[in-house]
Design a binder for this molecule. Structure first.
Ligand SMILES: Nc1ncnc2c1ncn2[C@@H]1O[C@H](COP(=O)(O)OP(=O)(O)OP(=O)(O)O)[C@@H](O)[C@H]1O
Length: 280
């Protein structure tokens, strides 16, 4: 582990009473989330429910209107820029798009955090980079450029860069988005392996229900900026809350509450009128 500091907290993430606004509009409402050490927490919710906003708070990219965010025992609100930077070396982020530098080789992309944050010599950096490429099953691909990789390989490379510093906490934004089911499933397996073999705490933001049920220890369901539920996979699956069931069944509330309005949206006003006329 590079630059790791011990801390006594049993939780990797503690979000307490988080409220946030974009301008006058409140986006997150009294959000409380805890991620235990070694846990995989999946944040899910419909489009616009606030997943990205919450993730950006956890990454320290947004400041809350009120509330507290503790990452690895440290209150983000009270950190100096140097402390922020140190904390960043203990966390990893795999962005949805990969966010790899297109002009650099895969090996150089993955080595970047080691070159930026450590004083390790190039031989050691080369060994650590190749080790992480092996972990994500990309051994031998270090000289290729991102444009030469498939979507699944880009996601793997992004994960390799996110874990190159052996972080205690890993954030993954839509790790399987845009991948076919088989490749998406292999990314899920990789995330599970990272937790099991390296003991990381992992926060995943995803729309993908199959992936959620496969990897999550607990699920945080967001709905219109509020935590609708935070529980185990089994408990979420068994929930009788209609909004959770709608989310799980991929039904919209509109469809549930007003079938005609849903049809109008799907088919256009003329078709819906015809439908209404036929019914009466
Ligand atoms: N920079 C911004 N300025 C103003 N409003 C924003 C901004 N970013 C997001 N929002 C609004 O905040 C709400 C939550 O957005 P957010 O992107 O966090 O949701 P999400 O659950 O990640 O959605 P998606 O799954 O579609 O990415 C939405 O209503 C969105 O329109």
């Amino acid at each position: 582990m590079v630059g790791r500091k011990d801390n006594a907290s049993a939780n990797s993430v503690e979000v307490v009473a988080l409220n946030t606004h974009y301008g006058d509009r409140q986006i997150l409402h009294n959000v409380n989330v805890t991620v235990k050490k070694g846990e995989i927490m999946v944040i899910m919710g419909g489009s616009g429910s606030g997943k990205t906003t919450l993730l950006n708070h956890l990454l320290g990219l947004l400041s809350p209107s009120s509330g507290t965010i503790r990452i690895l025992g440290q209150d983000l609100g009270g950190l100096t820029p140097l402390e922020h930077q140190r904390l960043r070396t203990r966390t990893g982020v795999a962005f949805q798009s990969g966010a790899l530098f297109s002009s650099m080789s895969i090996g150089d992309n993955i080595a970047l955090p080691l070159r930026e944050h450590t004083k390790l010599d190039e031989t050691t950096i080369g060994i650590m980079t190749r080790l992480k490429l092996e972990v994500v099953s990309l051994a031998g691909f270090e000289d290729l450029k991102p444009a030469e990789l498939s979507g699944g390989m880009i996601k793997r490379a992004a994960l390799a860069r996110a874990i190159v510093m052996d972080p205690e906490l890993l954030f993954c934004d839509e790790p399987s988005a845009g991948l076919d089911p088989v490749v998406a499933s292999s990314i899920d397996d990789l995330i599970l392996r990272l937790r099991d073999a390296m003991g990381m705490s992992i926060v995943v933001v995803t729309h993908d229900l199959d992936s959620t049920f496969k990897i999550a220890d607990r699920i945080c369901v967001l709905d219109r900026g509020k935590v609708l539920a935070l529980d185990t996979v089994e408990a979420i699956r068994a929930s009788t809350d209609i909004r959770i069931q709608n989310l799980l069944n991929r039904r919209t509330e509109e469809a549930e509450l007003d079938p005609d309005a849903y049809l109008r949206r799907l088919l256009g006003p003329g078709a819906a009128q015809t439908n209404g006329a036929n019914r009466s």
